[in-house]
Ligand binder design. Structure first.
Ligand code: G4P
Length: 524
């Protein structure tokens, strides 16, 4: 059977933005558009409460698990062709967190939402850098053109300068704020008016523009539009897919304006599932056997249950319910009997999935972030950061009277998953653990902006950390007493051993076979 003929079209993407730029609003409009949810306002709730109304709440109730809106799938059928869009939520509504990082490893492209009045903001930039690390192609949506904003030229130049990207305006706003009239498609010369009406222009000199933009505004618009089409790089799909060029769309998520053009663009230009880096070889989506990786594990909201949902990105092959997959890290074979699919209407158990799809696999903690699952071949996907922190730093406080604020702030951010904190049993300086340098930067800037705490980091003697457990509590106690200088507690009071390097960790764990050293934090 030639499965590639039946292979449906997938676009797996995330939205990156600074808080308040309009990610939630745009998500909601995209889902409405695709029929995934039926009433506006459903995605609006924030934080843990944010979820699109859906049948999967039923699953949540039945299983006592919460999958919130980690992945939202919507479909669009045009001219007999259906495209499936998998929108991955970048969690923790405003943070650069480990979760966010991992989620971006599971997408093929991203939409960068920018507030027209604010341009590129700090978080947008950080998230952009993560995308760049993996050459994730970016489409830009300049939001809120219904309000006064920066000039479109200033915005384009800022994107080009700050992100070192070629920019290519695809539509041009006809006025902004109170004077906003519509969007001009620079390729098709169609004008989109509020309410969804479109008018075909013969070009920038079409006299209809004088009616739409009276009092001499048409002349100004023509000049701008000429400049916009001539002054920037021409759209080149290869350059976009290589991550060198971003096509720029303008619109208003709130007014549902320009959202269509964005979906059209995702369908037309955003890459279908890409090959994924792995050792000993990369995995391409048209391979016949199933391979995927876990990029996120969501723990139960209810501590009474031990269920977890592992989110697996399918990278190759056609997945079928009930399939047996091998967890490469342990060699264990797992029969995936009740995978959760997140399709627009029927969310419960779909029978098959394709590369680019995300499958939720309920399990009792066996599946970890970074795990590779295959039909048997020993492949390991790379570039998915693990829970264990790779950078441990002591926090240095500028003003010693702010100790309490600092601790509150670190506690808050640890709870949100922005960082991990460890309290050494000896000494009073807390240790912060992160998986990447960028997280440290975010931490410092958030401490300043949100908690008014000036802090810096200094190197700690340790490089890595492991959580400890043992069947015999006395043995654990004894180990802790022997290694007191390297012991800390995590936020939940769980014992953590800190090692100077991988060698020391290995040595210590081999000499203490009764102690379990785990690289993954159990989340409660
Ligand atoms: P976020 O997820 O990126 O944080 O942003 P969110 O969608 O929550 O939007 C932030 C604010 O910007 C919201 O206003 C939202 O209504 C507004 N907004 C989003 N898109 C547009 C747009 O196209 N035009 C205009 N004018 N505003 C937009 P809020 O006052 O914070 O919340 P709410 O009271 O409206 O819910």
């Amino acid at each position: 059977m030639n499965t590639s003929l039946a292979r449906p079209d997938r676009r797996t993407f995330a939205i990156i933005s600074h808080p308040d730029a309009g990610k939630t609003t745009l998500t909601e409009k995209l889902l409405l558009h695709g029929g995934a949810i039926h009433a506006a306002g459903e995605v609006k709730a924030r934080g843990q409460n944010r979820r699109a109304r859906s049948d999967w709440m039923k699953i949540e109730q039945q299983r006592g698990i919460s999958v919130t809106s980690s992945v939202m799938t919507f479909e669009r059928t045009q001219g007999g062709h259906t495209t499936t869009f998998n929108l991955l939520d970048t969690p923790g509504h405003e943070d650069f967190s480990e979760d966010t990082y991992r989620t971006l490893t599971a997408v093929d492209s991203a939409v960068m939402v920018i507030d027209a009045a604010r341009g590129i903001e700090a978080q947008t930039r950080k998230l952009f850098e993560v995308c760049r690390l993996r050459d994730v192609p970016i489409m830009t949506f300049v939001n809120k053109v219904d309000r006064e904003g920066l000039s479109p030229f200033a915005l384009l130049d800022e994107i080009a300068d700050k992100l070192a990207l070629d920019v290519c305006p695809m539509v041009w706003p006809m006025g902004m704020g109170n004077e906003f009239v519509g969007l001009y498609d620079l390729t098709t010369h169609q004008v989109l008016l509020p309410g969804g009406e479109t008018r075909q222009m013969s070009g920038f000199d079409d006299p209809q523009l004088d009616v739409l933009l009276p009092n001499g505004r048409a002349a100004a618009f023509r000049e701008e539009a000429e400049l916009a089409s001539a002054g920037y790089a021409a759209f080149d799909v290869d350059s976009y897919r290589a991550g060198n060029l971003t096509p720029v769309y303008f619109g208003s998520a709130l007014r549902e304006f320009g959202v269509d053009a964005l979906i059209d663009a995702l369908e037309a230009h955003a890459p279908p599932p890409r090959p994924q880096p792995a050792t000993p070889r990369a995995v391409t989506p048209d391979e016949p056997t199933v391979a995927g990786f876990v990029f996120k594990v969501q723990a139960n909201m209810d501590p009474q249950h031990r269920d977890r949902v592992a989110f697996m990105r399918l990278c190759s092959g056609k997945f079928k319910r009930g399939m047996k997959l091998k967890q490469i890290s342990t060699g264990k074979v797992i029969a995936v009997h009740s995978p959760i699919f997140f399709f627009a209407r029927e969310r419960e158990l779909a029978e098959e999935a394709w590369p680019g799809d995300i499958i939720g696999i309920p399990n009792h903690g066996a599946l970890r972030v970074g795990d590779t699952l295959t039909e048997g071949e020993a492949i390991t996907f790379t570039g998915i950061p693990n829970f264990a922190p790779e950078i441990l730093r002591r926090v240095k406080l500028g003003d010693p009277t702010k100790t309490k604020q600092l601790r509150n702030a670190l506690n808050d951010m640890a709870e949100e998953g922005v960082t991990q904190i460890f309290r050494p049993l000896i000494g009073s300086n807390w240790i912060v653990g992160v998986v990447g340098q960028l997280q440290l930067e975010v931490l410092i800037s958030r401490l300043q902006a949100e908690y008014k705490v000036d802090a810096g980091f200094e190197p700690s003697p340790w490089e890595t950390a492991r959580w400890l457990s043992a069947d015999d509590p006395a043995k654990l106690e004894a180990f802790m007493a022997d290694h007191r200088a390297a012991m800390a507690e995590d936020r939940d009071g769980a014992p953590v051993y800190m090692a100077r390097d991988a060698w020391e960790l290995n040595y210590t764990s081999q000499r203490n076979p009764d102690i379990r050293f785990t690289a993954t934090r159990e989340r409660h």
